[in-house]
Design a protein around this ligand. Structure first.
Ligand code: FAD
Length: 261
């Protein structure tokens, strides 16, 4: 079942545990390689690491990010930027954020049909959604801040960080529940999908096997749909069902292959 090529099968998401590991490790390799940890971004990285150490769906990444957190002050003391830095931080090069096998150099659930599509950015979305369904209510505003600041400071795609930052800035009141935050992230992702659908059509950059759509499609969650608003021509969602679906998909199913590792 897991090897079936039918991507409407919810079981496919179980393979994404490999991709959230790949995305996590890739993200930190990029951050270290590009020396993106600065005096002004240090705090936001610590916040994101705290979130990952507690709630990453992969145990190996929880351990790897927790180990990095433990050493963080030694590796990047607050006076790091005012002292002469060693050129060769060889201790950093050997850091493994999700165990010794990662990065593996390939994608499973997020594999595109061309080399330059999907992959890292797909893995990052899946990671963010999986975090959103694993937190508790009391962590929802912290998680929102940690994710917004992480994307703003460390996502290598300039257009993406600008767009995402705008969506973050338009939130006017703090999140009180994990449900509200998970639904905000879902709806923000759909806004990106909507914009890219048009953009990809005009630029011809779409992955032919993975066209952008409003998500989840009816085949994945029929009960998520209430109907179509005649006036605005927008989908009316059953948000309780959407939240239930997100929790199942990115919570239980995604982590199902993590148990025995
Ligand atoms: P992705 O959009 O990456 O989605 C990955 C998987 O998540 C999908 O296969 C699907 O299973 C699931 N999914 C889809 N929609 C939702 C949803 N609404 N809620 C929950 N799960 C969903 N690219 C740009 O060109 N411009 C941008 O401004 C931009 N902003 C980005 C901002 C962020 C924070 C991130 C992480 C990525 C951004 N990207 C942007 C990249 C872009 O969104 C896609 O990741 C990329 O085009 C690969 O698309 P994909 O087909 O693999 O699906």
């Amino acid at each position: 079942e897991l090897l079936s090529s039918n991507f409407s099968d919810a079981g496919q998401i179980a393979r994404a545990i490999y991709d959230v590991e790949e995305a996590t490790s890739t993200a930190f390799d990029i951050i270290l390689e590009h020396k993106m940890i600065k005096r002004e971004t240090r705090a936001s990285l610590i916040k994101f690491l705290q979130l990952l150490a507690a709630h990453h769906p992969s145990r190996r990444c929880r351990k790897g990010t927790a180990d990095f957190l433990v050493s963080f002050d030694d590796l990047y003391p607050t006076d790091f930027w005012s002292t002469k830095q060693e050129d060769d931080k060889s201790s950093l090069r050997n850091l493994k954020f999700c165990g010794k096998d990662v990065p593996r150099g390939y994608w499973m659930f997020c594999r595109g049909s061309k080399n330059d599509t999907r992959g890292f950015s797909c893995g990052l979305w899946v990671l963010l959604h999986s975090l959103s369904v694993r937190i508790e209510d009391g962590e929802s505003q912290f998680t929102f801040n940690a994710i917004c600041d992480f994307v703003h400071n460390f996502f290598i795609c300039e257009e993406c960080r600008q767009h995402f930052y705008k969506m973050c800035s338009s939130v006017s009141s703090p999140f009180n529940t994990a449900r509200d935050f998970a639904l905000w992230l879902w709806s923000s992702h759909n806004k990106v999908n909507e914009r890219l659908k048009k953009e990809e059509a005009s630029l011809g950059t779409a992955d032919p096997n993975f066209p952008k759509t409003i998500w989840p499609p009816k085949q994945l969650c029929g009960s998520c749909y209430l109907g179509l608003d005649q006036k605005s021509n927008k989908i009316e969602w059953n948000q309780d069902e959407v939240f239930k679906f997100l929790t199942d998909y990115y919570g239980k199913t995604l982590a199902s292959l993590d148990k025995n590792r």
